[in-house]
Design a protein around this ligand. Structure first.
Ligand code: FE2
Length: 477
């Protein structure tokens, strides 16, 4: 099947499921597939009869090597100078999947996941609602260096206890709770509900429902919705639901996950994917400009390229606001999108361009941060664990074997079929004028990539995740 035929085949999916409406319980086939997927998790390593069976690190590593060979052993790599150190943890807050959640509070910076508080949990797990606080400190004795590095300050646990570095094993355990809390919320809220469903799902559903295949905006969006409805349908059948993998690998049963889905929906607004406004609201504009926060700095480069592209593309087909208002398909598209998710308006040419830019940014850059990078960092059970049990030592609270399995399943089970942002999409254009704008966008993206490469030569720790060639074009890319 050619790529273009594949793209137009998107409507074959149940739109209600794709839009993320909570109807998953009504899919008996979905339950069966979800149960099968959960069982696969338990088969990654042999002899794992019970999800709660705990094993020593040595035993797990031995079995991992015997089952997966060199590939399995190689997965135990170190993301940043010591995978379970405070420095690596703090680095993950700024350059890892948590980066889009960081907020400035006074002189400190926090990732606040108290949204997880007060919910029923699986037996044998501890509460994960917490506030993780860090600051930026000068990197070394060299007083001329402007470079700053993130350093941990404290973690406030759900019961109000505050733990700080230097408190020995109690701090190590608090750090694991913070890591599990952040990774749980990232997966459910920012990744699956916000980005897959309310950004990608709503965009794809509105586009394939309201815009004809030869509509210029449908052609503009084609790369950014490719594979989305299929991927979200798959999520509905295997990841969500009472037997889905989310409830299997995280602390919360499906009833609590449903509450978290509702909380995530309530949290999303139109600012969230509008990077300049989002940075301002989170107080991260200054840190971006200072070079402390590469997600903001590099994200803005890509944002600007997308914004310029969308504006120029729309100007080919719409000379003014009146032309946008007169396009019945565009107005129907925007109205349907507004029913599904916040953020899009076709009231003026400018607002339409900005709204589309935010949606494209969500499925490319934001998705890479909260989805792609997470998976890359799921390497060490003591780095980003899925859940934490009661106990006083690291060995007691995180089951090394089950975490290894969950990490492997999450990584191997990725859906990837949508294509990359820097693929040649120009054949989708309706005419030479549209094609020229698409090609100019690719030129701009190449320049952005070179700019990021140059920045990385100056950075204490390189951040190459937002190089355009590393980005998917849609949530399934
Ligand atoms: Fe994803």
């Amino acid at each position: 099947m050619s790529r273009i035929a594949d793209l137009w085949g998107l409507t074959s999916t149940d739109l209600e499921v794709a839009a993320g409406l909570p109807t998953w319980d009504a899919h008996p086939l979905g339950d069966a597939v979800g149960l099968a997927a959960t069982r696969v998790l338990q088969r990654v390593l042999p002899n794992t009869e019970q999800w709660t069976r705990w094993a020593s690190r040595e035993e797990v590593d031995r079995e991992l090597a015997s089952v997966l060979g060199a590939w399995g052993a190689a997965r135990r790599y170190t993301p940043w100078d010591g995978d379970t150190s405070d420095a690596a943890f703090a680095r993950a807050l700024v350059q890892g999947p948590m980066a889009p959640l960081v907020e400035r509070r006074g002189e400190a910076f926090v990732v606040d996941v108290r949204v997880l508080a007060g919910l029923d949990r699986h037996p044998g797990t501890v509460p994960l609602g917490c506030v993780v606080t860090f600051e930026f400190v000068h990197a070394g004795a060299d007083s001329d260096s402007k470079a700053r590095t993130p350093a941990m300050v404290s973690i406030e646990l759900e019961d109000g206890t505050i733990r700080r570095p230097g408190e020995g094993e109690a701090w190590e355990v608090a750090r694991l709770i913070g890591a599990a809390g952040m990774q749980t919320w990232l997966a459910i809220g920012p990744h699956l509900v916000h980005t897959h469903t309310l950004a990608g799902g709503a965009l794809a559903t509105a586009a394939v429902t309201a815009l004809g295949v030869d509509h210029p905006v449908r052609r503009l969006l084609a790369p950014h919705i490719a594979g989305t409805l299929r991927a979200n349908d798959w999520l509905g059948k295997t990841v969500w639901g009472p037997y889905g993998t989310i409830q299997a690998v995280y602390s919360f049963p499906w009833s609590s996950v449903q509450t978290l889905i509702a909380r995530a929906i309530a949290q999303l607004d139109r600012v969230r994917f509008d990077l300049p406004l989002d940075l301002e609201r989170r107080g991260m504009t200054e840190a971006s400009a200072a070079g402390d926060y590469p997600y903001g700095a590099d994200g803005l480069l890509v944002w600007n390229a997308i914004h310029l592209y969308v504006r120029e593309y729309l100007c080919v087909y719409y000379p003014d606001d009146a032309a946008v208002l007169a396009d019945a398909e565009v107005q129907a598209f925007a109205a349907l999108h507004q029913r599904l998710a916040p953020g899009l308006s076709a009231a003026t040419l400018n607002s339409f361009a900005r709204g589309l830019t935010a949606q494209i940014f969500a499925v490319t850059v934001h998705h890479k941060m909260v989805g792609g990078i997470s998976l890359e960092l799921l390497t060490h059970p003591y780095f980003l664990p899925h859940r934490v049990g009661p106990g006083e030592t690291v060995e007691q609270v995180v089951p090394f074997r089950e975490e290894t399995e969950a990490n492997l399943a999450a990584t191997v089970g990725m859906i990837s079929e949508g294509g990359g942002l820097t693929d040649d999409w120009a054949s989708l254009a309706l005419d030479e004028a549209g094609r020229a704008v698409m090609r100019a966008f690719q030129d701009d993206l190449r320049a952005v990539g070179e700019h990021i490469d140059a920045r990385n030569l100056r950075r204490l720790v390189p951040f190459s995740h937002l190089r355009p060639s590393e980005l998917g074009a849609s949530v399934s890319g």
